[in-house]
Design a binder for this molecule. Structure first.
Ligand code: FES
Length: 576
């Protein structure tokens, strides 16, 4: 291990003077002695645990394994509970609070005595939030992914998070399954600790954290309840102490090449559309101008080779992906598509980390010559309906909608959409294009995952299971269907989506990356002249601050004042 330089924590604990009397006496109040901290790096363990976050239930105990590793390596661990964003219970949208958690992580790292940081997260927005904060704070940091839960089960059938909820909800509405069967599915779909085990936002974002070099190799694929996860946690504790000695900060790891690797891996995984927003925000925090064009370009090059639902053609889930070799095996298979010389938290390059990785099941992690989907999983569309871009997931939709034109049926809010969906006599056909607006960053607020608009009751009974849907909302990474998302600028701020009327023809052409409303510029200008902005969603508090400062989806939905470009940091104020 490299020799420790002067530790940052010595400002709190190292000096024997009156100014630090209080710090030292209060650490002793917890039962520690000078021998516990003198000359040792303080490791802040930011634990995203709470009773409101079922995906992180094991973190209450897992943190002890991290502490064990820190102590073994000669560090002094102190745990901090962070705001816990439980995706499944939080309203109106966890994205609304991603930036709040990011700010908390950044400020707590800065405010407390810490020389190195362990970030414990995994449920959807917690991964990007914690990495955003750590990127800006820029102390040596390592991410500990919560790990996916085990496969769901219902009467011997495998159930996947989110995807099967949508599928069987449609079956229930169409009268194919009973209420009792539905209840059994509710109880069987999430049967262990851990994050959603489909290739949703959680699995996508933890894979991205690993591809960026911010986790130990293979960490993102280990199921939460596997004993390997406990051993990984202890290794994380040991490694962060070494990282402090090596002064291995996020700024050395999160290079532009590292972000391009992360996007490449995300595409090969058949990633959640949410990844775009989070990666753009994080890259910009790290000082790199990554945008929608980078995603579209890499998407065209990289085939989807992870046969994991919802993109896959089979029942495979993250547990199968782990047994097949996990992320190191997938990265090995990507070969020359990756920039293998980038540094990681191990102190070694990605190439060194994956040198011995092997694929154990060619149907779960496909060879490049036999992909699940030949082109990448996401496409960025532009046109008069989305001048700043929008997103669709061709790998998880019916091919017949890749090129489609149909009349719009427009909804300004979710309740009126819901009423139509449940109306047996609604005047809608499978060729219509459903438009939901005012569901973007400001309008949602926080871009709720409403983008996978359900198929109407009437069409479901006719056997329709996909149709073209357009919104400025997001959709869950476990969702599927011909859903155009993240339309930018959003309707709430006067994007052209706000000007569409029911009956207008909308045309989508995914191969040519176009999306248009067939209305002349003159007519759009006439409609704009009479458009009135909706009332603001918030008048005070965090919501007001969010609304005032949130950037659009194509810019990563970060707060404008948190971007690196907003102002040079003046360094840490020595205020005590
Ligand atoms: Fe936590 Fe899906 S709800 S990861």
């Amino acid at each position: 291990m490299a020799e420790l330089k002067t530790l940052r924590s010595e400002r709190w604990l190292g000096r024997d003077d009156f100014r630090t009397f209080n710090h030292r006496s209060r650490v002793m109040q917890m039962g520690y002695d000078k021998k516990d901290w003198e000359g040792k790096p303080v490791i802040a363990i930011l634990n995203n645990w709470s009773d409101y976050n079922p995906c992180h239930m094991h973190f209450k105990h897992r943190v002890e394994e991290v502490k064990r590793g820190v102590l073994q390596a000669g560090g002094f661990p102190l745990e901090i509970q962070t705001v816990s964003l439980g995706e499944n219970l939080i309203k109106p949208s966890a994205l609304l609070y991603r930036n709040m958690l990011a700010m908390e992580v950044e400020e707590m790292i800065r405010a407390y005595p810490a020389d190195g940081v362990v970030l414990m997260g995994g449920c959807d927005k917690t991964t990007p939030a914690m990495l955003l904060g750590a990127t800006s704070a820029n102390l040596p940091s390592i991410f500990l992914p919560a790990g996916p839960m085990l496969r769901g089960n219902w009467g011997g059938k495998t159930l996947g998070s989110g995807s099967d909820a949508f599928k069987y909800w449609d079956d229930k509405r169409a009268g194919i399954i009973s209420n009792d069967e539905w209840d059994a599915i509710v109880g069987g779909i999430a049967r262990s600790h851990g994050t959603c085990m489909t290739m949703g936002t959680a699995s996508t974002m933890t894979a991205i954290a690993e591809a960026l070099g911010m986790t130990l190799p293979g960490a993102s694929s280990i199921p939460a309840v596997d004993a390997s996860h406990q051993r990984m946690a202890t290794n994380v504790g040991r490694r962060i102490v070494e990282m402090v000695a090596e002064d291995l900060r996020p700024s050395r790891i999160q290079t532009r090449d590292a972000f391009l690797n992360a996007i490449t891996v995300a595409m090969a995984m058949g990633c959640s559309t949410n990844a775009i927003i989070h990666v753009i925000a994080q890259a910009r925090r790290a000082g790199h101008d990554i945008g929608l064009n980078d995603f579209d370009r890499i998407s065209r090059e990289i085939p989807v080779i992870a046969n994991v639902r919802p993109s896959g053609t089979s029942q495979y889930l993250m547990e199968d992906f782990y047994y097949a070799g996990g992320l190191p095996a997938l990265m090995k298979r990507l070969g020359a598509y990756l920039r293998t010389d980038v540094l990681t938290v191990t102190g070694k390059s990605i190439g060194e980390n994956i040198a011995d990785a092997r694929v154990f099941n060619d149907d779960v992690i496909r060879p490049l010559s036999n992909p699940v989907y030949a082109e990448g999983s996401l496409a960025v569309l532009r046109g008069n309906l989305a001048p700043d871009g929008c997103v669709i997931k061709p790998s998880a939709m019916s091919e017949k909608f890749l090129v489609h034109q149909g009349p719009a049926i427009v909804f300004d809010d979710y309740p009126s959409l819901k009423a139509m969906l449940e109306d047996e006599h609604a005047d809608i056909t499978a060729d219509h294009v459903i438009v939901l607006r005012n569901a973007g960053p400001k309008g949602g607020p926080g871009m709720p995952e409403w983008g996978m608009i359900p198929i109407s009751q009437r069409l479901l009974k006719q056997g329709v299971r996909d149709m073209l849907r357009i919104s400025d909302a997001r959709m869950s990474g476990t969702s599927y269907g011909a859903c155009v998302l993240h339309v930018s600028p959003e309707a709430f701020v006067g994007g052209n989506l706000a000007l569409v009327k029911t009956g207008d023809l909308i045309a989508v052409d995914v191969p040519n990356r176009r999306i248009e409303v067939r209305v002349s510029d003159e007519e759009l200008a006439r409609r704009r002249a009479t458009w009135e902005p909706p009332k603001p969603r918030f008048g005070r508090g965090y919501g007001w601050m969010f609304s005032e400062h949130i950037l659009q989806a194509d810019e990563g939905c970060d707060m404008d004042f948190l971007q690196t470009s907003f102002g040079e940091t003046a360094g840490e104020p020595d205020i005590f």
